[in-house]
Design a protein around this ligand. Sequence first.
Ligand code: C2E
Ligand code: MG
Ligand code: MG
Ligand code: MG
Length: 286
Amino acid sequence: LARAAGHDQRRLFDPDEHAHRLARHEIARQLPLALQRGELFLEYQPIVEAGTGDLYGVEALVRWRHPRRGVLGPAEFVPVAEQTGLINEVGRFVLRTACAQAQQWQARNPGHRLVMSVNVAPSQADDPQFAGDVADLLSHCGIDPELLQLEITESSMLSTSGQVTETIRTLAGLGVRVAIDDFGTGYANLANLRSLPVHTLKLARQFVTPFAGDTGRVDAAMVDTIVRLAHGLGLGVIAEGVETPEQADTVRRLGCDLIQGFRYGRPQAPQAVDARLRAAATPVVS
Ligand code: C2E
Ligand code: MG
Ligand code: MG
Ligand code: MG
């Protein structure tokens, strides 16, 4: 009992918690300005074919070049943006920027059909305007809808409003690819998976790197089960968080179709992807 009481007290007066709350408050205050000042930017992480290692696409990942704190990762501000409702505006910036970049890559490398994968926050997927915004953006950018993949988290699908499934249906109707992100962590309704026009499951990273400091291991039972489920439903599987050659071999052996992870490239500036696309292109012999 004493221990439980002590625990409660620590919770009430936790200085870390207080600092944390202040930091979140600061972030919430500064983020609208950051959007206006153009401090947000995207990095792109390669997604490769499991069989060949060829570049299949990239995932756009948002960052914030904070004037005093340096570059902040999404973990530091995306959850805050979700709480304050600013995530929809952040999401519009991300989608616009990613599509403009995809169009540029498509124009410069017509032979390479690079897929652009973009994260969609739960409140975006739950926004009745969202799919229409995507349609407008696609026609504005002139990119092939099949080259846009939208990642909806498994936990978004818990929303009972019916809007998320409606969004997924409309997006698929546009020809956009829909992936379920962090699959295996959000208790998605499996019946939904069968009835919805979803194309791909992205395995949650913890199945690929289940034990901190033990980077050679993969939770093979989970990966195997999810791959069978996906393939049984006609869906593709992306293994995320692959860092070592052993992990790559294992997820390949277990049948994952695509791989994303530090082993195949960190999230990087668009110029670095440019260089990769140039290297992949067949040299022209004159
Ligand atoms: P996610 O969508 O699952 O993205 C993959 C995350 O895993 C990225 O972290 C990426 O850098 C990291 N990662 C990839 N390969 C490896 C690896 O081999 N090892 C390790 N340790 N990590 C790897 P990042 O960029 O910090 O993003 C974290 C999360 O923030 C994302 O998880 C996504 O949920 C969210 N996020 C990022 N960008 C956006 C965005 O534009 N909109 C929304 N709504 N969320 C975003
Ligand atoms: Mg993602
Ligand atoms: Mg993921
Ligand atoms: Mg995630």
